[in-house]
Design a protein around this ligand. Structure first.
Ligand code: COA
Length: 315
């Protein structure tokens, strides 16, 4: 497939590090040094479906298409107020899509898993156009008295429209399943019979272990993907890395031995917006005219699962 349009949406409330240090034992200096984050957009009166709908409409407009042109819709979302119907069905209803809709929960690499799904459907003969929307509110997963997690995240939505083309050159997906490094649990409804564990816990993270996983998975997969495609690092125009932490991006850069100028970032004023991070970065770079036709973009993302993925595409 080929990307025909991009869109994104950020909640209006901007929370700076100084605002966090009013109620947390933290500082701008600590957060900036350890993460590169200065501020983040945090959901207030917006809903996830509002954000996903706006990002989708902007991607459709950028592609010059209508909702009726879309044949398949994948929504990436970790958690929302809706258990059923799926977030994809809710957004589809808002924008007037009438096509198959599925949700995936692949955490931060969700955009790359969604690309893999639409590309493989296309290769299997479903030649229509696809919409991907990644919409996330990790700030609603954190305990806001826990300074080790809540300072890291921000909310938002990113979307792409894809159509006919052979610009997705390759995708690599991976997992190192381990529910102890990055997780959250919520209780379900009680019944007269259920006697199991229904405990609730906000987002928990073993930061250092996740850091090591992220750097290892990203560098290994990017190198393997380029080798699969008989490409070299010299062929790469931009690395579009999941915006989790500037130190993770810097470590990946060092291991790959690549130049700063190939790594666009927006972590400083977005924080980690889970699967929305890559498509928001893509949209912002696209709208500011960073890419030229033929540029090779290499995406890499990693997160809960633990899951990771890399994708190479020609702009
Ligand atoms: N402000 C001030 N101090 C903080 C803090 C904050 N917001 N958060 C943690 N600390 C403290 C800790 O309590 C600890 O104090 P102690 O030494 O007195 O116990 C100290 O800072 C060091 O904590 P540590 O967790 O070892 O720091 P770190 O250098 O590993 O940085 C992360 C923490 C979370 C920034 C880092 O591990 C990280 O980025 N991990 C990856 C996280 C990530 O990106 N997750 C999502 C992947 S999709």
């Amino acid at each position: 497939m080929r990307i025909l349009g991009t869109g994104s949406f950020l909640p209006k409330k901007i929370v700076t590090n100084a605002m966090l240090s009013e109620f947390l034992d933290t500082s701008d200096e600590w957060i900036v040094t350890r993460t590169g984050i200065h501020s983040r957009h945090v959901i207030s009166d917006e809903s996830l479906e509002d954000m996903g709908t706006q990002a989708a409409l902007r991607a459709l407009q950028d592609a010059g298409l209508q909702a009726s042109d879309i044949d398949y819709f994948v929504c990436s979302n970790v958690v929302s107020n809706w258990v059923t119907p799926s977030m994809s069905c809710i957004i589809a209803g808002r924008i007037g899509l009438q096509c198959p809709c599925i949700d995936i929960n692949c955490a931060c690499p969700g955009f790359i898993f969604a690309l893999d799904i639409v590309e493989n459907r296309y290769k299997a003969g479903n030649r229509g156009k696809a919409l991907i929307v990644c919409v996330e509110s990790p700030t609603r997963m954190c305990d806001w008295t826990d300074r080790s997690t809540c300072v890291l995240f921000g909310d938002g939505a990113g979307a792409v429209v894809l159509g006919e083309g052979d610009n997705i050159l390759g995708v690599r997906l991976n997992s190192q399943p381990d529910p102890t490094k990055l997780w959250e649990r919520r209780p379900m409804e009680s019944t007269p019979y259920f006697t199991g564990d229904d405990s609730q816990k906000s987002l928990q993270m073993r930061g250092r272990e996740v850091f090591k996983f992220a750097v290892g998975a990203s560098t290994t997969e990017v190198e393997a993907l380029l080798s699969d495609l008989s490409l070299t690092k010299d062929d790469v125009s931009y690395y579009m890395i999941h915006q989790a932490n500037l130190r993770i991006i810097d470590a990946i850069k060092r291991f790959l031995g690549e130049d700063d100028s190939k790594f666009p970032t927006n972590i400083a004023d977005h924080g980690n917006s889970s699967s929305a991070s890559c498509p928001i970065l893509l949209d912002e770079c696209n709208k500011r005219g960073l890419f030229k036709e033929g540029d090779l973009l290499v995406f890499s993302a990693f997160g809960a699962g633990l899951l990771s993925g890399a994708a190479a595409l020609r702009w």
